[in-house]
Design a protein around this ligand. Structure first.
Ligand SMILES: CC(=O)N[C@H]1[C@@H](OP(=O)(O)OP(=O)(O)OC[C@H]2O[C@@H](n3ccc(=O)[nH]c3=O)[C@H](O)[C@@H]2O)O[C@H](CO)[C@@H](O)[C@@H]1O
Ligand SMILES: C=C(OP(=O)(O)O)C(=O)O
Length: 433
């Protein structure tokens, strides 16, 4: 099932029609980070009061999430394109319904704040998606350690606690979502919670910074050991979401593919260090002034490489498919091993339909460079798969159609407008699903 599940068989959905092979040059600007904005918006459930959140990307996932928090009682007002006011006058509904949760897995993160605020929450199990089964066992183990009683019935997790109590949690795996969910419960628990083997992704840090701005006591931000001393009350605040490092990485790949004529604005190198180091190992040279990145090497300088996706600070799985598009055009043999999600190579057959030469061997993709992509009609199976196909289509000679771009709309703000500005011939059209 795709991450955003809807009835699509036989009906019209949107696609990108891309006439590739055009010269692209100019600046691509990075928006606010989807994966930071989602937990931060959910964080407005933790405490009554008024919040202002800036640099919220204008995305399908954000719209879905706002519907969800509104269904629980938070009121929202859009102040401008990327800023919102949220007013929490108390949670009025303790059930996050399947209808809303199924559209986006991050919805499950409402459980932590609802437990912190109301000591009770019923949240639909999100289910799997195209890239993997994605269970929530680590979230639930964390809550149970804090005294929460969990019951799973009819596809819903019913959670209740008399008093959230600080505890020691050692995650079996540094899950981003489980870390964020448990942090949001722990900030208002009685006593101290120690999270070991916590996720260190920059988006987890951004959530912590938002909570600290509200008065939460969190130590160890940016490390795998978070020490959270619960407080009785937090004070809602104004906060600006970090830039999207995955969008930045996607545009850096575009810049490399288009011989350095594209610059990328909004790059925080420290957020994507292992991605940048891998590109440098491959022969790329970058110049970054403030947050503007310029590639100073040529495409023909690039050599093949081996990449393994890992939890942060390792190579991000969310940049794996875009890296594969790039490697597909580099002479020689490259390899990508995916260790985070069991099924994140759905873009491989589609890239092959565009002329790439990629074979899958278990969790490893074996990539032999080809001279060029050939235009084709292809289908996005998830958000980043969609991005990798758009990159390939921009480079291919002739007209490509990338179908099911509702996946891309989940995580890239007005992608076609940004690409048109730098010279791309890209159009949003209706196509049969
Ligand atoms: C909205 C958001 O921030 N999404 C990101 C988040 O997803 P998400 O928070 O879902 O990713 P996790 O880090 O939790 O998942 C990583 C792996 O752990 C497994 N797992 C996770 C939780 C659990 O309870 N049990 C379990 O087995 C998952 O199935 C997966 O194989 O981090 C991923 C890994 O960097 C990114 O690809 C996603 O873009
Ligand atoms: C996998 C992703 O998102 P989600 O966890 O929301 O499915 C992603 O952003 O690449």
């Amino acid at each position: 099932m795709p991450c955003v599940r809807e009835k699509i068989g036989g009906i019209m959905v949107e696609a990108f029609r891309i006439n590739g092979g055009k010269e692209l040059s100019g600046v691509l600007e990075v928006s606010g980070a989807k994966n930071a904005a989602l937990p931060i918006l959910i964080g407005t459930l933790i405490e009554k009061g008024t919040y202002i959140i800036n640099n919220v990307p204008d995305l399908r996932d954000i719209k879905t999430l706002i519907k969800l928090i509104e269904s629980l009682g938070v009121q929202s007002e859009r102040l401008d394109k990327n800023s919102y006011k949220f007013v929490n006058n108390g949670i009025t509904n303790l059930t996050a319904s399947y209808d809303l949760v199924k559209k986006m897995r991050a919805s499950f993160l409402v459980m932590g704040p609802m437990l912190a605020h109301e000591k009770k929450a019923t949240v639909s199990l999100p289910g799997g998606c195209a890239i993997g089964a994605r269970p929530v066992d680590l979230h639930l183990k964390g809550f149970e350690a804090m005294g929460v009683k969990i019951k799973i019935e009819h596809g819903y997790v019913e959670a209740e606690v008399e008093e959230l109590t600080g505890s020691n949690v050692i995650f079996d795996f540094p899950s981003v979502g489980a870390t964020e969910n448990v942090i949001m419960a722990a900030v208002k628990a009685k006593g101290t919670t120690v999270l070991e083997n916590a996720a260190r992704e920059p988006e987890v840090d951004d959530l912590c910074k938002f909570l600290i701005a509200m008065g939460a006591k969190i130590e160890g931000v940016g490390t795998g050991r978070l020490v959270i001393e619960g407080v009785e009350k937090l004070v809602p605040c104004e906060y600006t979401v970090m830039p999207d490092r995955i969008e930045a990485g996607t545009y850096i790949v575009a810049s490399l593919m288009f011989d350095s004529k594209i610059q990328v604005k909004g790059v925080e190198r420290v957020h994507i260090e292992s991605f940048m180091m891998k590109l440098e190992e491959m022969g790329a040279v970058f110049e970054i002034k403030d947050d503007l990145l310029k590639v100073t090497s040529k495409f023909e300088d690039l050599k093949p490489a081996k990449v393994t996706t890992m939890p942060h600070p390792g190579f991000a799985t969310d940049l794996q498919s875009q890296m594969m598009t790039l490697m597909s055009l580099i002479e020689g043999h490259s390899e990508i091993k995916e260790t985070i999600f069991e099924n994140r190579f759905m873009h491989v057959p589609e890239l092959n339909r565009m002329g790439a030469n990629i074979h899958i061997d278990g969790h490893v993709s074996l990539i032999d460079g080809v001279d060029k992509f050939s235009s084709a009609e292809v289908m996005a199976s998830d958000l980043r798969a969609g991005a990798s196909l758009v990159l390939a289509a921009l480079k291919a000679d002739g007209q490509s159609i990338v179908n099911r771009i509702y996946h891309v709309d989940r995580g890239y703000e007005r992608l076609e407008e940004k690409l048109k500005k730098i010279g791309a011939d890209i159009e949003r059209i209706k196509a049969e699903a």
